[in-house]
Design a protein around this ligand. Structure first.
Ligand SMILES: Cc1cc2nc3c(=O)[nH]c(=O)nc-3n(C[C@H](O)[C@H](O)[C@H](O)COP(=O)(O)OP(=O)(O)OC[C@H]3O[C@@H](n4cnc5c(N)ncnc54)[C@H](O)[C@@H]3O)c2cc1C
Length: 381
């Protein structure tokens, strides 16, 4: 299908990833979910296709690629496996991008090649038991010592941490300063004093690891601090602003698969002598899903395009994430409804999508926080 928003290269990329996803992810996604298994083979192949290089500085192993490309890739991966999509998005937007945007030349030269060549998976450790939406409340302490900092404290809900070789850690050098006291460090894992414990009982995206981190006198040398003293909050917010575009793309991918399985099932399922797709109530659900998914995709592309043109994109990224995550949750809900009782049982894809979708309204800024950011921008004009 022709898409006026995508050029030939974009379409080629989308079709290549879609083929890969249909071949490698769609058949395995249920297994990753049910076994809570890290999709190691898939991640290796994704990296092997050069996708860990996409949009990163060519001087450090990156290849040309726009934010629209990253959104296309994330959407397509999420269509097949939402777990794999969050592993990819966290690695790219929260770790590699952090170092590319704010690291010094030496940090980029050491860490970006490892990340783009998939010699290390990346993670960002920001959230703490008492500091989620309220990032300025971070308590993990970075105490300055001779030659560096000693980190003590804990983080939770950290994606990729179990497998990560490089973890960006945000800690406070002085909690009384709030957001102005935050510092960012590059930590190579494993390391002395760092304990990483996977968290059990997750509703969805069960193929990705989500971990608790405990820091017990972890030493980081001065050359591992990213950016200037006290700039951790500012840098992290910029990284999250762009990261939201990929969570919006992940949401679109989940919603797209919800529509596809719903179309397929509704044509084949018979009730009262007809395919259920012949009933207008079911058709209305399909029509609403398709319309909302397209709107969510366009908002996602728009925010990515604004970022690509170096225009203010933050509010659009919040809008894209807010809307697309709602569409993912609602589309997955309708997919279960259309599947009836069979949609309520694993390994039905609708059942998995229903569980996978919810987190898109929570991580990288909850929907309430997105609304707050959008309203703040509206009111400041
Ligand atoms: C599966 C998963 C993976 C994650 N991966 C990572 C990761 O890789 N790295 C990382 O650092 N973090 C990660 N997170 C953490 C995630 O970003 C936080 O859970 C999220 O930011 C919300 O923080 P919280 O859970 O502490 O909720 P809280 O901030 O305590 O919020 C609780 C509720 O209060 C609402 N609320 C809070 N403040 C306000 C306000 N001012 N106005 C209105 N409502 C408000 C929230 O919207 C929410 O509904 C992950 C979380 C999950 C579930």
């Amino acid at each position: 299908m022709i898409d006026p928003h995508l050029n030939e290269n974009d379409l080629l990329l989308r079709n290549t990833i879609r083929d890969f996803v249909d071949r490698e992810l769609v058949p395995n996604a249920s297994k990753y979910d049910l076994n809570q298994e890290f999709p190691g083979d898939a991640i290796e192949k994704i990296a092997g296709m050069g996708l860990f290089r996409l949009g990163l500085d060519e001087n450090f192993g990156g290849v040309t690629g726009s934010n629209i490309h990253l959104a296309i890739v994330t959407e397509e991966i999420a269509r097949g496996c939402a777990s794999t999509a969050v592993i990819f998005a966290s690695h790219m937007s929260l770790c590699s991008k952090y170092i590319e945007l704010f690291g010094d030349h030496k940090q980029k030269a050491i860490y970006l090649p490892k990340l783009v060549e998939a010699r290390a998976l990346g993670a960002l450790a920001l959230t703490e038991p008492d500091a989620g939406s309220d990032v300025a409340a971070i308590k993990t302490l970075a105490t300055e010592v001779d030659g560096g900092f000693i980190i003590n404290g804990s983080k939770h809900f950290i994606t990729n941490a179990k497998e990560a070789g490089i973890i960006i850690v945000v800690a406070s050098s002085d909690p009384s300063l709030g957001s102005s006291g935050l510092e960012t460090f590059i930590l190579e894992a494993p390391c002395d004093g760092l304990t990483i414990t996977p968290q059990k009982g997750k509703l969805g995206i069960r193929g990705s690891s989500t971990c608790e981190l405990n820091f017990n006198n972890v030493f980081v040398s001065n050359d591992k601090r990213i950016g200037k003293a006290g700039k951790g909050f500012h840098m992290t917010m910029q990284v999250l602003d762009a990261g939201r575009i990929l969570i919006a793309a992940q949401s679109v991918g989940i919603a797209q698969m919800a529509l596809e399985v719903s179309l397929q099932y509704s044509k084949q399922r018979k009730a009262f002598g007809n395919s259920i797709s012949e009933y207008q109530t079911i058709q209305n659900k399909l029509a609403d899903m398709a319309t909302e998914i397209q709107a969510a995709r366009l908002l996602t592309y728009r925010s990515a395009a604004l970022l690509d043109c170096n225009q203010p994109f933050e509010t659009e990224a919040s809008m894209a994430k807010l809307f697309a995550s709602k569409v993912a949750v609602e589309s997955a809900n309708q997919a279960v409804q259309i599947h009836g009782g069979s949609g309520y049982f694993a390994p039905n894809i609708a059942e998995r999508l229903y569980r996978d979708a919810k987190v898109t309204e929570i991580y990288e800024g909850t929907s309430e926080i997105q609304r707050m950011l959008i309203a703040r921008s509206l009111l400041s004009q």
